[in-house]
Design a protein around this ligand. Structure first.
Ligand code: THU
Length: 164
């Protein structure tokens, strides 16, 4: 038996003013994206802003449905929109934020496992890391250098081999 360890490094900021300009802009746009959220069932709005290498920024927000499982998280809404409209784009970074009237959000809200799996495949496909910024509105911010560091055991085909 071998005991192995994984370490991840990430940055923590006390607020948006501590971020470099590019990242602060992305956070503010993720807040703007909240306006597009359709979340009458959870009343939990999530917004994301994704910067691609051309400099363009694509927004996304969670979209719910009365048939609950048919809804989709903000991250996947934006990523699949990039996949459809900019299939060769290289994603540089994405900022994610959340808002709800039901309670106070004290810490940055981090992405669900399903979104992380989709983010992981976009990162693998482009062979370049995607920076992920989790923005707590008017509060703490976490910046992670890659999706790989958030989901080191994503489902990937290189764990499989073709049978002889
Ligand atoms: N949600 C997201 O948009 N992103 C996540 O990573 C987690 C959850 C949405 C889905 C649903 O519309 C609402 O938040 C409550 O779960």
């Amino acid at each position: 038996m071998k005991l192995l360890n994984l370490n991840i490094s990430f940055e923590q900021y006390a607020g948006i003013d501590e971020l470099k300009e590019n990242d602060a802009e992305l956070c503010k746009l993720s807040e703007q994206a909240l306006a597009g959220s359709y979340s009458p069932y959870s009343k939990f709005r999530v917004g994301t802003a994704i910067r691609i290498a051309s400099g363009e920024i694509i927004l996304g927000s969670n979209q719910e449905n009365l048939a609950y499982p048919s809804g989709l998280c903000a991250e996947r809404v934006a990523l699949f929109s990039i996949g459809s409209n900019y299939p060769d784009a290289v994603i540089e970074s994405m900022a994610i934020t959340a808002q709800t009237d039901a309670f106070e959000i004290l810490k940055p809200v981090t992405s669900c496992g399903g979104c992380l799996q989709v983010m992981a495949e976009f990162e693998r496909k482009q062979s370049a890391p995607i920076e992920v910024i989790f923005y707590c509105l008017n509060g703490e911010i976490l910046k992670v250098p890659s999706v790989q560091s958030l989901l080191p055991f994503s489902f990937v085909e290189d764990r499989l081999a073709v049978k002889a």
